[in-house]
Design a binder for this molecule. Structure first.
Ligand code: NAI
Ligand code: NAD
Ligand code: ISE
Length: 344
């Protein structure tokens, strides 16, 4: 039996996930779709030529009896309500990051799962499914570079929409590093501090860009992360882990080396949709497979979503205070214990 999936939010990534479920992956079918912009929902269904029904809102989609699982790909502030409604209805739910836009919102989702003593949620932290990050993790876990001491990374976008604000550099962009780095080294964050280098003239007046974030872990590892969302030259993700015995770096996406017009080079990707295209395929396939087999997902948890949001909140506080801000998670519920070291 195919897993009948309902999609809430048919913007850029909602349509991209609908495309991959329909054309590339196995075991799932899109049966229901909604968007606050009904025309967008209709357009997404028509563009794919699928027979999914269009619902007026998330609650009617969830209660339709037509879906076995839900995909939340609306904008961030709408996630919490849809995820809670799915859990309430007993439906597994894949939610794009952020799980909710506040730590309290994420905690309410954790509490809803704990109350039912069951996992329903997988958060869209797809980098854990990326081949390059997996290679890094395997090497680090195997002791190849000895104890990790420092991580240097960069998250660069060629440009962003005018509506992108200074805090979104953390809550929308750095959030991927926040999740993947603690998973990579099996450690927990303790503090965060944000600095603003000289501002790029390519950033709009309201936006602080670039930014440098320093994260410190319980184990004493220091991470420096550059976020630069108007870098112009491409979508560029870098990560270098320095250990006691050596260093290891995330592989760049391969592209043909060219020589032309007096230049020897390699083209860079420009669009985030392409950089992790394989990872998105693997994460959604993993969601479908686990829900079909076990009735629940096993990828990044609601607790992982909560960790990311608490950490992001500390970074945003530091953007405003300029100080080093503490990160305190509280006690991890039993439901999620033993999940920290798993592969994904
Ligand atoms: P988008 O703005 O293109 O699409 C959002 C869609 O959700 C819009 O069509 C909007 O009308 C709809 N929407 C908003 N609130 C809704 C609600 N309450 N009910 C139903 N539909 C609603 O945004 P985009 O780029 O597709 O991002 C969507 C989500 O995906 C965001 O949470 C974003 O952080 C995440 N995302 C994740 C990426 C990743 O690499 N994992 C990449 C891009 C986005
Ligand atoms: P988008 O603006 O293109 O799409 C959002 C869609 O959600 C819009 O169509 C909007 O009409 C709809 N929407 C908003 N509120 C809604 C609601 N309450 N009910 C139903 N639909 C609603 O945005 P996007 O780029 O597709 O991003 C969507 C989400 O995906 C965001 O949370 C974003 O952070 C996340 N995202 C993740 C990645 C990633 O790399 N994992 C990349 C891009 C976006
Ligand atoms: C977007 O929402 C993403 O998730 C992308 O991965 C990130 O690079 C971009 O900056 C975000 O806006």
């Amino acid at each position: 039996e195919l897993l009948r999936i309902g999609v809430i939010g048919t913007g850029a990534i909602g349509r991209d996930h609908m495309r991959r479920i329909t054309n590339n992956l196995s075991g799932g079918v899109i049966t229901a779709v909604t968007d606050v912009n009904t025309e967008a929902a209709r357009g997404a269904v028509e563009a794919l030529g699928i027979g999914a029904n269009i619902y007026p809102d998330d609650v009617t989609l969830i209660g339709s009896g037509e879906v076995d699982a839900v995909l939340v790909t609306s904008w961030g502030p709408a996630h919490q309500k849809s995820v809670l409604a799915a859990i309430e209805a007993g439906l597994p739910v894949f939610c794009e990051k952020p799980l909710a836009t506040t730590a309290e919102g994420c905690k309410s989702i954790v509490d809803a799962e704990v109350a039912r003593d069951k996992r329903f949620v997988q958060v869209g932290f797809m980098r854990r499914y990326d081949k390059g990050y997996r290679q890094l993790k395997e090497a680090i876990d195997g002791g190849f570079i000895g104890e990790p001491l420092m991580i240097h990374c960069a998250h660069r976008n060629a440009s962003v929409a005018d509506s992108y604000t200074t805090d979104m550099a953390i809550t929308d962009t750095l959030i991927h590093e926040i999740d993947v780095l603690q998973w990579l080294i099996g450690d927990e964050y303790r503090s965060a501090q944000v600095s603003f280098p000289k501002k790029s003239r390519n950033a709009l007046g309201h936006l602080g860009d670039p930014q440098i974030v320093m994260l410190e872990t319980a184990g004493g590892v220091i991470i420096t992360a550059e976020i630069f969302v108007n870098c112009k030259f491409g979508y560029d993700i870098q990560c270098e882990v320095v250990g006691e015995e050596g260093l290891i770096r995330l592989p760049d996406v391969s592209s043909p080396a060219f020589r032309k017009g007096g230049v020897a080079g390699n083209a860079l990707l420009m669009d985030w949709k392409d950089r992790f295209i394989d990872a998105y395929d693997v994460e959604i396939q993993d969601f479908i497979d686990n829900v079909r087999k076990n009735g629940m997902p096993q990828g990044p948890t609601a607790w992982d979503g909560f960790i990311a949001q608490v950490t992001a909140d500390a970074c945003v506080r530091s953007q405003q205070s300029g100080e080093r801000e503490a990160i305190e998670l509280g006690v991890k519920p039993e439901l999620y214990s033993g999940m920290m070291q798993r592969q994904v």
